[in-house]
Unconditional design. Sequence first.
Length: 582
Amino acid sequence: MNNKQIVHILNQLADYLDLAGENSFKVSAYRKAGRAVEASRFAIADHLDRLLELPGVGKGTAGVIQEIVETGQSSQLERLRNELPQGLPDLLSLQGVGPKTIYTLYKELGITSREELLQAAELGRIRGLTGFGVKKEQKILEAVKKFAQRSEQVLRVHALQVARTIEQEITKLSFIQKMSVAGSLRRGKETVKDLDFVIATTHPDEVADQIVRLPFVQEVVNQGSTKVSVSVDVEGIQMSVDFRLVTKEQYASALHHFTGSAEHNIRIRQRAKQMGYKVSEYGIFHDDSDEMITFAEEKDFFSHLQLAYVPPELREDCGEMEAAEQGQVPALLQQEDYRGDLHMHSRYSDGAHSIREMAEAAKERGYEYIAITDHSQSLQVANGLTITELREQWEEIAQVNKEVEGVTVLKGTEMDILPDGRLDFPDEVLAELDVVIASIHSGMKQDRETLTRRLVEAMENPYVHIIGHPTGRVLFKREAYDLDFDHIFQTAKDTGTILECNSNGRRLDLNDELLKKAKDEYGLTFTINTDAHSVPELSRVELGVSTAKRAWLTKSDVINTMGLDELQEWLQEKRKMNRKKR
């Protein structure tokens, strides 16, 4: 049980107490305890005897934390889960609707579900409640409708979790020759509606019988010898899944077809028709023959149509056919090109693991370097570091670099761009850092001109290397800022500032469309970072790489592919170039 998991349970407990209308002081006590655990510089599970040393942790909350560590849960939280109406906690997923609002709606109007909330808002029943009004009622209505629009979509990171669980089980079945995920997940899309698998087998009926008996299958929608459709539940993530059962000879064509996209497949059929062929999901036919041509690999399928191979991430009818016809499909960035992660957090701010633990995990991944970029002093909610604490951290980084061989830890910061445009640390502090990321974490509702100016002024500072998660979006939770991207991209080009593709599965920011625009129109270079707050989150890099592929990025477009010496030289040159301009 790491600190982040403890914090999650404490915050859940505070939310549920709020939903139950509990005394605000009690709710506040658990939130304070959560912040204290998050800010702790030691692993709570290993030092339960030191709980009372934490500011804001008293005997009562210490007892709850001890129970969480020892049992993995809170009995108080479990009791509340059983007592509260089942649909009430689901309302917490609505953007901008907090627990106190939900409690008032429950107490005054008896609302316990999204459906009841939607009906009450549409009938104008909410506006009359004390502290609400027409404007707040409208915001609640918009939040419910937005949730309904996206409720069928699943984040890529969660869809991958489901897909990998399915893959693990499918590989154990009899008569499986080949298998691959297809559809939008294979194409690297940031959200996914359902999953598609293509399976090559000699015994389709037997495989179908095995699939419908898998432990996570909740409902069998259709079962046949060529297609099985089911609903699954994997650790609370519910999705529809189609399994296409084909022969080994049909596999490559089927994988291409069911990967899509529909627009790409239309272009493929048009190409085939021009050459005197017909294309089906199982193979290619001559117009005047029923004999089917099949392929060992997808590359052979493309080659037969006199096309260069098109990676799945590019199959969106976004120029890939023209590139394939001319043999100019780029060699896209690969995960093995990645040499180091330049954005992560430790226990010094709101991370779950120590600098040493993050360094050792990076070494295991084969990285040459990482940058520890904890939050800066103004972001108190994330335990941002003061200048004194930052200097203390440098001493620990120096010690880790002495003791952990094979990976270099760079001194960094994720520094706030304050609402008035100032940076959170002075230049003399920034000058001593190896890597400086500047990010917006406050004042996010400012107008387009103000938000754009804040980012532009940060890029004009010679000590800022990277702009973190530039648009500020959080998928399903917060829209991207309203920004003048042409101005931002031009400034990045003029100053040599790197824009980040943040690989947090809820961010993926910049997204593929903006990355491609910035590359094609402004020739920008980027960084792909995980923004990891724990060791397991270092694996997020694959989400960033797939996003980069969809943007047609190559190895030379991403600074994380540089070796350590080249990277350090670039970091210094960027500063020299911009100091001369000042």
